[in-house]
Design a protein around this ligand. Sequence first.
Ligand SMILES: *Cc1c(COP(=O)(O)O)cnc(C)c1O
Length: 414
Amino acid sequence: MNSQDSIYRTYNVSPVINAAGTKTRIGGSRIRPEAIDAMERAAESFVVLSELQSAASERISELTGAEAGYVTAGASAGLLLAAAATIAGDDFEAMAQLPVTDGVADEIIMPRTHRTAYDHAFTAAGGTIVDVGTNDVELGTGAATVEPWELHGAISEQTAAIGYVEKSYTQPPLSVVTEIAHEHDVPVIVDAAAEVPPVANFERFIDAGADLVVFSGGKAIRGPQTTGIVAGRSALIESIALQNLDMHIARDIWDAPSIIDSVALEEGVPRHGIGRSAKVGKEELAGLLAALESFVTEDQDAVYETWMARSTYFHQQLGGIEGVETTIDTSGESRAPVVELSLDPAVIDHSATEIAADLRSQDPRLFVGSDRLTEEMIVLNPMCLTDEEVEYVLERLLEAITPKATSNVEPFTE
Ligand SMILES: *Cc1c(COP(=O)(O)O)cnc(C)c1O
């Protein structure tokens, strides 16, 4: 698409060319055409949302091996709902007061090294995070992240769940944590927001004993940015549904959807729960389901090859510049092969920070990976680019990375 035609120009806002990867602050990922099509069709008619969530639950259950599933308004919303479910369970009184937890077990135990900015979602639901272990294992002081006995020791009558963040380097292994938790009948919530691909990871954490696993729908799945998936035990998913759905129902003529056990409603109907503020629309639900089908059936190797071809091109075209060293890093967390450009400050006119800032101020704006600017490194992620945009990225970088002007001053010699 021509960036001149971008809808954002209507609002006098410059569009962004994204060489930074799936970053929410610039719009996440490139939604799949199948998902857009599904959203358009979903907009044409109404549907009972709880029935559509029940159908989604069955599909998520097939893909993950979990008992049930739910579509949320992002992985962060999924973490909030997971916390709400483990705190309130099937107790309508507890649901009604969240995030206030008077008289309700609300502690969510986390290994300290798993704390992230996203665990605010646990506290937003009323959870109290109790972290255990050591927060730094890099200092060489003989520390491990967390020992199994520390998790044992933290579990009490006040425990609602254990929170676990899945990354390739997280310790201890999930199966060790789920075993300890289940000895005490405590559920484990896994934040696996960015852990697919590989598609096999949909099953991996459930297989390792997780009770609820949360994925983002707006990263590599390339569904609507505002979607996520929770997979897990049906009793917990039912609690999520009760606390997320709009519960203003005409009870006498209401057919409980399969996701909600109708027996639970004999005592009455809960009010709108804490999750009502994180609602999911029919368009997002349909879009996520379509994106999911496309994601699990596409040729992942071919997708990887496309990314690799773009990164190889950057590597070849930029590697020849004096003062720039390029490498393709395939080990990173983003799962795409990224190109690292190391700039030699003795040769290159501007710092990596200045160059990245300059690229952002262009029209259209160009965002490059900026997590390592202080190391004089610019990172290019191929995931969110089109082939035409690859050219734009290359041209802008060739303009921006220039050698220092040669000085007229005679070098000092003794
Ligand atoms: C991206 C991410 C999230 C949030 O996902 P959203 O779908 O944007 O809400 C949560 N946890 C981790 C570890 C993430 O990487």
